[in-house]
Design a protein around this ligand. Structure first.
Ligand code: UT7
Length: 331
């Protein structure tokens, strides 16, 4: 019997309608469109507005559309992994809320928190359930409503982040397509450089934590940037070397969209030209767990069966890693 691999067989995305562009940010904080564009590559980001609207709203929309595209009923989903740092609640898991909203009544689900590396952790985890033969239809959702944890008076974070969601369906493949390899890493000594300090069990929310604005995401941008540039490039080169891939073998690089300068450094290290790099940071900013599936969704029509794809991410934790994937279908 041939080995079962986990292939992405459908992809979908969802972004909210509201566009927060650099011009509007200029009216909110001391910044300029020129500064944001040259330092990050970002022009605009999407924001989910409305009371009680959590990440599950975007997740459910993406998964409903995903099932439609794949021609499956939500009842066929066995497992739904929701990668997020902005869960609707501390508990229950947002995965449970999404499965309920879409009618995935036969799925079990859990949330996975690896910050900006969430989707690559989730894709690797989901693949294992397929490869083992225990599950046939696994949905991996990458979603974040970053606007819920951003201080719109902090110009070092509010210019970067946005809201959005992408989702993929994983199914068994016997042609050797899909996830080929992954390298995942973490280093908790970097925890303090990018974090939301309060709201969890160490610092439960109090009037004092709210007054100190500790329920917002904070980052030491320079330090995070330094690590991100090195680690994302290193791990991408490592997975190519491990799988004997030259830059000519790579059809696409799908990088986490945190800063265009980090993406450029990764592509350069891999020897991959700009036309092979998926880049939508200018439209959506950094949607944390959402960036990579949103790229796959936007580029789906250009992807061909057998394309070698390298996915790479770096994020809070620190967490980082890369995945080598063979695309499994023509659109
Ligand atoms: O996705 C998870 C991982 N996250 C990341 O990968 C983010 C990594 N970090 C970054 O992308 C960058 O560090 C930032 C975009 C956050 C900042 O860019 P930078 O080139 O590292 O700027 P900086 O922090 O060194 O600041 C340079 C100057 C400072 O002014 P002085 O001290 O030189 O006078 C800042 O106060 O730019 C100032 N500055 C701003 N000016 C206008 C910082 N933010 C802004 C702003 N508008 N929004």
């Amino acid at each position: 019997m041939s080995k079962i691999t986990a292939a992405i067989t459908a992809v979908n995305g969802y972004v909210p309608d509201y566009v927060l562009d650099n011009k509007e940010l200029e009216t909110m904080i001391d910044t300029t469109d020129e500064w944001i564009t040259t330092r990050t590559g970002i022009k605009e980001r999407r924001i989910l507005k409305g009371e009680g609207q959590g990440s599950s709203v975007m997740g459910a929309e993406a998964v409903k559309g995903l099932c439609k595209k794949a021609g499956i009923s939500p009842e066929e989903i066995d497992l739904l992994i929701c990668c997020t740092v902005t869960a609707d609640h501390i508990f229950p898991a947002t995965a449970n809320i999404i499965t309920d909203k879409v009618g995935a009544i036969n799925a079990f689900g859990f949330d996975l928190n690896a910050a900006c590396s969430g989707f690559i952790y989730g894709l690797t985890t989901g693949s294992k359930y397929i490869e083992s033969g225990s599950h046939k239809k696994v949905v991996v959702v990458g979603v974040d409503k970053m606007s819920s944890i951003i201080d719109y008076e902090d110009r070092t974070t509010c210019i970067i982040f946005g809201d959005g969601c992408g989702a993929v369906l994983l199914e068994p493949n016997e042609e050797g397509l899909g996830v080929q390899d992954s390298i995942l890493k973490s280093d908790g000594s970097g925890a303090q450089f990018l974090a939301q300090k309060a709201g969890g069990s160490a610092f439960p929310p109090t009037h004092a934590t709210i007054d100190a604005k500790e329920h917002y995401a904070r980052q030491d941008g320079k330090t995070v940037f330094k690590f991100a540039v090195t680690k994302m490039a290193d791990v991408s080169a490592e997975i190519m070397e491990k799988n004997n891939l030259s830059s000519d073998d790579v059809a696409w690089l799908v990088p986490h969209q945190a800063n265009k300068r980090i993406i450029d450094a990764t592509a350069k290290r891999m020897g991959v030209s700009d036309d092979k790099v998926m880049l939508n940071i200018q439209k959506f900013g950094n949607t944390t767990s959402g960036t990579i599936p949103l790229c796959l969704w936007e580029w789906e029509n250009q992807l061909k069966k057998g394309d070698n794809i390298i996915i790479a991410a770096f994020g809070g934790g620190f967490t980082w890693g890369s995945i080598y994937l063979k695309w499994a279908y023509n659109s």
